[in-house]
Design a protein around this ligand. Structure first.
Ligand code: GDP
Ligand code: MG
Length: 712
């Protein structure tokens, strides 16, 4: 295949709410461009970018899919050499897997945000918009599902401008609506593109039908004004001629998009292949090439040192950034990377700057979904794949050994839910470490650890579905069988009152005795303070070297819990007096005294349970509003507010995490899957008394009553 120069490359991230049709769109664009002989459908499980077995089984995207199309660019003039290479990053949209989108969008230089033409902007639409802002990439909206019942161009535009502002502007008008959607009017060239539904995706270009001409002219003028604004040369031309000729308008629109002065809106029916060729031409003509996207590297991994300027330029020293690692059970590890500067040649040996090791790039490839094609070189800005590097993984920079540089990896949120997993057999337990390690390589949103107290294996991720997918992968790829236990709520204990007590440890059992006495005051501290220990001993009532022993005794006892075995936090202890014995006192004696004093104090200081409270946002069609708010109240939630968004409502609430464990499934069944929600940790708050009683009783039933008097 031809090797494309930087200016002829477009790296497009496809992002948007789950189910808006990103994967189907990429599949139809590839078919229209003649890249795939067969037209893949999500419903048939044969699209190019959802090729993983979990994706096919669940009919949703879970990980980044890579693909590319070659398509003519109008600005490059006629002839066989006028094609550009469009790299697509098909990114997951369901909230559980959105971290993957953020991690891979870092490789894009522009983004298409898909929006359901019936629903308008949704929770994830705003979220991916924020990612585009963070990476500072130009973007366009694509209205998808234009063929569906109740698809409504004007209402979708209203929704987008109300959420994202007046820079959002339509570059197309629909021809026909709902099942009669037949094409688009290109408002830049002022031509009508008529498509045959379920055809080859290429339009017949004709004059604009009379019925639409007035509307089209008005919309065209609006674009001209927006493009001319802030551009002196164009403004002059505009005033002189009253308009801007179409040959100057395409570069003008392009410039405005690249400068993020306008956010264009286009439209398609991916399922019926209407509008796809027009969209490809838009990407080739109006989206930036990599070198229009500023990049910066650093002299150190943390990005705290000096900046190093680099450009997407073949003439600069070679560097590349790995944005995604796949753990393929057959091919081994595959790394997706973006060439950030220089030209990468097949068989090159590079230095992995993060590890200081050498890596050989044998069999340089480009990916069309799971089909890899070898290439001889990749120019600055292009995206490629390579298998069998020794160690290198996501987030690392490689390059020329003489010109080290580090590119900052994506900032990903912490996992929000933790499950304990239990190997089914001894053989499973033996295999678990190695196989999970492979999955961790391809999934930066996953954390694996072991509970130091219970010795349970813990998997933390972005949601229940995320962990279920990991368990399914472990089973299918590595034949490791696990049982997923219900997630645990991380309760804490604290005190509401004060206490002033003595802890005395005295033992005389022949030979050496043990003796230590401490007096402490205990009181609540502010939320989040943890444990504060103050040394208030005067006149050597306890020698200096035993004071840390008392503190240790208090902290160890606090970690074991008092009411129900959860760590006690947010209190202050001041040690103000005590007694010791020249021979019988020891570190151990004072530790025990500290622990006894703590337990004594807990009895008096009105102990209480704390629970994590989550900030929850639910997004749903507005007629579910009453129902959903009632449901949140029933979950002990507090509604913080609700906002109308076109025909949808956003409900914001604070809800105890313990009541949210079943929410994902309950919300689907309450709304036939038409609502979505996001959830993040907000703060800790007291558990209501009747709930607390139940938790304490359950703990006692499981662990017996020995808590208070147990030995250190
Ligand atoms: N009628 C219709 N269905 C579509 C269209 N685009 C996607 N779909 C369907 O919507 C579902 C979700 O599509 P998919 O591409 O997986 O969405 P993604 O989550 O955004 O990648 C699939 O069943 C598609 O067949 C469209 O333009 N029209
Ligand atoms: Mg998808």
């Amino acid at each position: 295949m031809k090797s494309y120069l930087t200016k002829d490359i477009r790296n497009v991230g496809i992002v948007g709410h789950g189910g808006t049709g990103k994967t189907q769109l990429v599949s139809s664009l590839l078919y229209t461009a003649g890249m795939t002989p067969k037209w893949g459908k999500v419903s048939e499980g044969n699209t190019t970018t959802d090729w993983d077995e979990e994706e096919i089984a669940r009919k949703i995207s879970i990980q980044t899919g890579l693909a590319f199309a070659e398509w003519p660019c109008t600005l490059c003039g006629p002839g066989p050499d006028n094609k550009v290479k469009i790299n697509f990053l098909d990114l997951p949209g369901y909230s559980t897997f959105i971290t993957e989108s953020k991690a891979s969008l870092i490789a894009a230089d522009c983004a298409l945000i898909t929006v359901d033409a019936h629903v308008g902007a949704q929770v994830t639409t705003e979220k991916v918009w924020d990612y585009c802002c963070e990476y500072d990439i130009p973007r366009a909206f694509v209205l998808t599902w234009m063929d569906r019942e109740l698809a409504d161009f004007e209402r979708a535009m209203e929704s987008l401008t109300s959420v994202f502002g007046r820079t959002v502007v339509a570059l197309q008008l629909p021809i026909g609506s709902e099942r009669g959607f037949r094409g688009v009017i290109d408002l830049v060239s002022m031509k009508a593109h008529f498509y045959t539904p379920d055809g080859d995706g290429k339009p017949k270009v004709e004059e604009i039908p009379d019925a639409l001409i007035d509307e089209a002219k008005e919309a065209h003028e609006k674009i001209v004004e927006m493009v001319a604004e802030g551009d002196d040369e164009m403004m002059e031309e505009f005033f002189r001629e009253g308009t801007i000729p179409i040959c100057d308008l395409i570069p003008g629109v392009r410039k405005a998009i690249v400068a993020e002065k306008i956010i264009p809106v286009l439209m398609v029916s991916s399922l019926h292949n209407v509008g796809t060729a027009s969209l490809l031409t838009f990407i080739a003509d109006c989206f930036p090439h990599p070198d229009e996207h500023a990049q910066v590297g650093f002299t150190d991994k943390q990005g705290k040192g000096e900046r190093v300027e680099r450009k997407y330029d073949d003439g600069q020293p070679l560097s590349l950034f790995v944005f995604k690692t796949l753990a393929d059970p057959f091919a081994g590890r595959i790394n997706y990377f973006k060439v950030k500067s220089g030209v990468l040649k097949n068989d090159a040996t590079l230095v992995d700057y993060n590890r200081g090791s050498a890596e050989k790039f044998q069999h340089l490839q480009v990916a069309q979904g799971k089909v890899f094609t070898e290439v001889i070189e990749l120019h600055a800005g292009d995206i490629g794949a390579v298998a069998k590097l020794k160690e290198c993984a996501t987030g690392e920079t490689l390059g020329d050994k003489n010109s080290p540089i580090f590119y900052e990896p994506a900032h990903l949120p912490e996992p929000s839910i933790t499950f304990a997993i239990e190997p089914k057999t001894r053989a499973d337990e033996d295999k678990i470490g190695v196989s999970i390690h492979k999955i961790l390589e391809e999934d930066p949103a996953l954390h694996f650890s072991r509970d130091p107290q219970t010795k349970e294996f813990l998997l933390a991720g972005t949601g229940q579905q995320h962990i279920e997918v990991v368990v399914a992968k472990l089973h299918k790829r590595y034949h490791v069988d696990l049982t997923l236990k219900p997630p645990k709520v991380a309760y804490r204990e604290t005190i509401r009152g004060k206490a002033d007590v003595e802890g005395k440890h005295k033992k005389q059992s022949g030979g050496h005795g043990q003796y230590g006495v401490c007096r402490i005051k205990m009181e609540p501290a502010e939320r989040g303070a943890g444990i504060e220990f103050i040394d208030d001993v005067f006149g050597g009532a306890i020698p200096k070297n035993w004071i840390p022993s008392v503190e240790r005794g208090v902290r160890e006892a606090a970690a074991r819990g008092f009411l129900a075995g959860f760590p006690v936090v947010d209190f202050r202890v001041s040690l103000y007096d005590g007694k010791y014995h020249d021979v019988d006192s020891s570190d151990m004696a004072f530790r025990i005294a500290g622990s006894l004093a703590f337990k004594e104090a807990m009895k008096l200081a009105r102990p209480a349970l704390l629970e994590p409270i989550m900030h929850v946002e639910v997004y749903a069609p507005d007629h579910y509003s009453g129902d959903l708010m009632g449901d949140i109240s029933a979950r002990r939630g507090r509604i913080a507010g609700s906002e109308a968004r076109a025909h949808n409502v956003i409900i914001k609430a604070q809800v105890p995490f313990a009541e949210m464990l079943t929410y994902a499934n309950d919300l689907i069944s309450k709304t036939q899957g038409r609502a979505t929600y996001t959830m993040e940790f907000s703060h800790y708050d007291y558990v209501p008394k009747e709930v607390e009683d139940k938790i304490v009783a359950a703990h006692k039933a499981a662990h017996g009553e020995q808590l208070v008097e147990e030995e250190v």
